[in-house]
Ligand binder design. Structure first.
Ligand SMILES: [Zn+2]
Length: 112
């Protein structure tokens, strides 16, 4: 696994995906609100599915560098979802040295 520092393009792409998700959920809420309960259930499904895709994309394309021992590691979709997200990193526990601190986010070069 190889990593590189995130570029402006990476931030723009991530921002675009978040924006796309907001458009889908807001448009879905407007369109489906007229169907009351069934509409809300469908909307909830769309919201959860798009959030899952967004987090899965993020977890699959990023890695983290431990500032204490310098090792790189990746996290699962679930960990990505539940761990506190900071502006340019994530609060994680290093799997190698066990340090709990802010980890820098890097991009995976050979991402899936
Ligand atoms: Zn470490």
């Amino acid at each position: 696994m190889r990593y590189r520092k995130p570029t402006t393009v990476d931030w723009l792409r991530a921002g675009f995906y978040v924006f796309l998700m907001l458009v889908v959920t807001v448009a879905g809420a407007v369109l489906l609100s007229q169907f009351q309960l069934p509409g809300m259930v469908i909307w909830g499904g769309i919201f959860v599915a798009s959030l899952y895709l967004l987090v899965r994309w993020h977890a699959g394309n990023t890695g983290y560098r431990c500032p204490a021992c310098g090792s790189f590691f990746t996290i699962s979709t679930l960990t990505d979802f539940v761990s506190p997200h900071l502006l340019d990193g994530k609060w994680l526990r290093c799997p190698k040295c066990g340090e709990r601190r802010r980890h820098e986010v890097w991009m995976r070069i050979d991402a899936t």
